[in-house]
Design a protein around this ligand. Structure first.
Ligand code: NAD
Ligand code: UDP
Length: 340
């Protein structure tokens, strides 16, 4: 730890990424280091893995520290210029496994990040979610939409936790001189998605690669709009760099909307799989439609997604197939997916 305290990059910013060993966090850390910054990744490895950032640990501009954000950020680290707050279980399987803790991570993690940002005078960006819109009755969803969230359903710990964190970030900024950014992330996919977290893209790709049944929940008519991870990270960096005129939440996602049934068919076609589509029960409170209105991101950040779904899916399929997946997956096998 002392070597970290004494090390400072010549040039570049000193940036903290909480949850940096997860799917999105690892891509963000890679991007920030490649841009010449000095990056500290804080993660408790609940759903993330050190292997996700293994390549970065060879750089003296990257430091991985095991830390739980429900505790104050380690005081012995140098002052940060920027903090990205991503630490939180993100897939329904994981965030519902201990809902009380999920809600507390959203709240206490946000507060600890804000207090550290205040101490350091850091800009801070919070990873919020399209789940703040719940099962939306406005389509597509602009940032001005207040949402339709069940406060006591199985998704509430995450949805309400993220909504509360948005409130905390906003009010903390009002009561201080902090620069706060809030990104509402829509479904994102790509290499380093966890194979065991039950998200639809990783599930379908893995099932297709193994010629297993593809499990479409409900009748498959529900929609999502999938954003490739590189596009999302570009949006993060632009939002963090944006001026004071960009305040309030900003949707980042790909507005190309697709039904879950169509996604299953596309994955089968891309992989040349012999899988059949089977239908399973729709989870409680599963949103029926979701599509971002990205007008704010386009106008204020000059950001638009660049990667088409078929291209992003092809890269994701290459990632999962590179680990030799044409056999059943056991939970202990997950480490094999880390390198990209
Ligand atoms: P992920 O599970 O891969 O990453 C989350 C990371 O946070 C993991 O590395 C995990 O170990 C870490 N973490 C969890 N609890 C922690 C704690 N208490 N202290 C420290 N670290 C902790 O998920 P992801 O998809 O990379 O999501 C990253 C962020 O983006 C999350 O905040 C999530 O809510 C948000 N988000 C993601 C998506 C998406 O489509 N991937 C959509 C909306 C919002
Ligand atoms: N889904 C599905 N089969 C799966 C996993 C998910 O049909 O094996 C559906 C799920 O019910 C939802 C959509 O795919 O309608 C997206 O699910 P995911 O968990 O990836 O994201 P979220 O629901 O949080 O947007």
């Amino acid at each position: 730890m002392s070597s970290i305290a004494n090390t400072k990059s010549p040039g570049g910013k000193t940036i903290c990424v909480t949850g940096g060993a997860g799917f999105l966090g690892s891509h963000l850390c890679e991007r920030l280091v490649a841009d010449g910054n000095w990056v500290v990744c804080l993660d408790n490895f609940h759903t993330g893995r050190p292997e996700n950032v293994a390549r970065l640990t060879r750089s003296n501009r990257f430091h991985l520290i095991e830390h739980d954000v429900v505790e104050p950020l380690p005081s012995e680290l140098p002052a940060f210029d920027e903090i990205y707050n991503l630490a939180c279980p993100a897939s329904p399987v994981h965030y519902q496994s201990n809902p009380v803790r999920t809600a507390l991570i959203c709240a206490e993690g946000a507060l600890n990040v804000l207090e550290r940002a205040q101490r350091d005078g850091a800009r801070v960006m919070h990873a919020s979610t399209s789940e703040v819109y719940g099962d939306p009755d406005i389509h597509p969803q602009p940032e001005s939409y207040f949402g339709n969230v069940n406060t006591v359903g199985p998704r509430s710990c995450y949805d309400e936790g993220k909504r509360f964190a948005e409130t905390l970030f906003t009010d903390y900024a009002k009561q201080s001189d902090l620069t706060v950014k809030i990104v509402r992330i829509f479904n994102t996919y790509g290499p380093r998605m966890q194979p065991d977290d039950g998200r639809v893209v990783s599930n379908f790709v893995l099932q297709a690669l193994r010629d297993e049944d593809i499990t479409v929940f409900g009748d498959g008519s529900q929609t999502r709009s999938f954003c490739y991870v590189d596009d999302l990270i570009e949006g993060f960096v632009r939002l963090m760099a944006s001026g004071e005129e960009v305040s309030g939440p900003v949707n980042i996602g790909n507005p190309a909307e697709i039904t879950v049934e169509e996604l299953a068919e596309t994955v089968i076609e891309l992989t040349g799989s012999h899988s059949r589509i089977v239908h399973r029960a729709l989870p409680v409170d599963d949103p029926r439609r979701r599509r971002p209105d990205i007008t704010r991101a386009q106008q204020m950040l000059g950001w638009s997604p660049q990667v088409r779904l078929v291209d992003g899916l092809a890269r994701t399929v290459r990632y999962f197939s590179s680990a030799g997946l044409r056999r059943p997956l056991h939970s202990t096998d997950t480490a094999q997916f880390a390198p990209v």
